[in-house]
Design a protein around this ligand. Structure first.
Ligand SMILES: [Zn+2]
Length: 210
């Protein structure tokens, strides 16, 4: 299924690619970044980050290659720290860039418990993802968790792994929850991953206990 996708023809908006690269640079520095991009086979981005716009031009292949290079250079733990941070940064930057959508989301999230509001907010968020990027996601929930299903995943693009690699998504969702709840944190865990052979990626978000 996933192998049928051509990841060179699926895209994130340039701005998201730019954020991923700048967050990485904040962690490894300018020299480290050049080494990383060379290793990833992405030297075209050295000193040449994508423009700050929403054109869908940053390919899923490149997202996957970059995450893989981070993994190879800094180990799974380093890759996880980076991805979580980049994810949080992406969400917070997105709030600034998409003020009107954020306000609309907040308005529709006014009613009910935090849990209810979060269910509504995640649905809006998923729709937003599906609209501005080629990543395809949907949300389900049960008593204990919300589940963020990634049907087409840039983080896994062209990768195989014995453990989940989609921590970028976990970081974004952690930041989304913090925003919706006024600064609280919950457990956010990638449980299924296409790179591990699963049909879709799943990130579980543990519901807060009252
Ligand atoms: Zn994955």
């Amino acid at each position: 299924m996933s192998s049928a996708h051509n990841f060179d023809e699926l895209f994130y908006p340039n701005r998201w690619g730019r954020i991923i690269l700048t967050s990485a640079e904040e962690i490894v520095g300018e020299k480290g970044m050049a080494a990383l991009l060379n290793m990833a086979g992405l030297s075209k981005y050295i000193g040449n980050y994508p423009p700050d716009n929403m054109k869908k031009e940053f390919s899923f292949s490149d997202v996957g290659k970059l995450q893989q290079a981070f993994w190879d250079m800094y180990g799974p733990r380093g890759a996880r720290v980076f991805a979580t941070r980049a994810g949080e940064q992406s969400f917070n930057d997105g709030l600034k860039s998409f003020g009107s959508i954020a306000k609309a989301a907040q308005a529709s999230m006014k009613i009910g418990s935090l849990e209810k509001r979060m269910s509504v907010g995640l649905g809006i968020f998923a729709k937003f993802f599906n609209t501005v990027s080629d990543q395809k996601v949907h949300v389900t929930e049960d008593e204990q968790n919300w589940y963020w299903h990634i049907e087409v995943c840039p983080m896994c693009a062209g990768r195989t792994s014995d453990r989940p690699v989609c921590h970028l998504a976990a970081g974004v969702l952690q930041a989304a929850y913090a925003w919706a709840s006024g600064g609280q944190r919950i457990r956010v865990t990638p449980t299924e991953c296409i790179a591990m052979g699963a049909p879709e990626g799943i990130v579980a978000m543990e519901k807060p206990t009252e």
